[in-house]
Design a protein around this ligand. Structure first.
Ligand code: PLP
Length: 217
């Protein structure tokens, strides 16, 4: 494995094909984020609202796209709508409605992905695969949310074949939604431990934290 952040960055990018790299900077120091920025990275993602907002303000990069990928509490929707460009973890209509209202006031459009609970895990958030189409249809009434795609966070699998299997299943769902007229361009799947299988299955966006930055604080 490469050891400097520059080498790691190159290593990952070479393995992504056309998929976009989202740098997951939760619980990572500003210095490492700045190093990645200097290398050309312009898309970062955060899981915790306050931490994300603090970093967005501290770095105040004019040309960076910030993605929110964590669970969304309704009392945080205004901050999220104000500070972030993308929300990948949308799984409740109530939250969509609130984000949309804030965006309307801000006269901005938020790019959104629906979080799909692809492994049907009861303790996890996300819309169940069977319910995604109905959910997506409901989102059409929110004029300030632009639906871009789906995001999955499958349970950890340690061999390539089973990783590939769940990503193939997700790609199939994505294709079906598009055949039903959903017009999605973003399939957000793949993290540090499984991004190569995700890319092989057709991921358009990978979210990588620890492999890029090292372990979290
Ligand atoms: C933390 C996180 C990641 C990145 O995980 P790594 O294993 O550190 O690459 C990606 N997506 C979501 C939703 C996360 O919470």
């Amino acid at each position: 494995m490469p050891d400097s952040i520059a080498d790691t960055y190159q290593y990952i990018r070479q393995r992504l094909g056309t998929a976009e790299l989202v740098a997951v900077s939760k619980r990572q120091p500003l210095e490492k984020m700045q190093a990645l920025y200097a290398l050309g990275q312009r898309v970062f993602a955060e899981n915790y609202v306050q931490e994300g907002v603090d970093k967005i303000n501290a770095l105040s990069w004019p040309d960076v796209q910030w993605h929110f990928i964590g669970q969304i509490q309704s009392n945080k929707t205004k901050l999220i709508a104000t500070q972030f460009d993308w929300v990948q973890s949308l799984d409740r209509l109530k939250i969509a409605e609130r984000l949309n209202e804030h965006c309307q006031q801000l006269t901005k459009t938020l790019q959104v992905c629906v979080a799909v609970n692809i492994d049907d895990e009861p303790q996890k958030g996300g819309v169940l695969p069977d319910a995604v189409y109905e959910f997506v249809k409901q989102l059409r009434r929110f004029g300030h949310l632009q639906l871009r795609g789906i995001m999955v966070l499958p349970k950890a699998r340690h061999d390539y074949e089973s990783q590939k299997q769940v990503f193939d299943k997700t790609k199939q769902l994505f294709d079906e939604l598009n055949q039903q007229g959903c017009d999605l361009d973003t399939l957000s799947m793949g993290m540090s431990g499984d991004f190569e299988a995700a890319v092989a299955a057709g991921s358009t966006m990978v979210r990588i934290g620890t492999l890029l930055f090292g372990s979290r604080e």
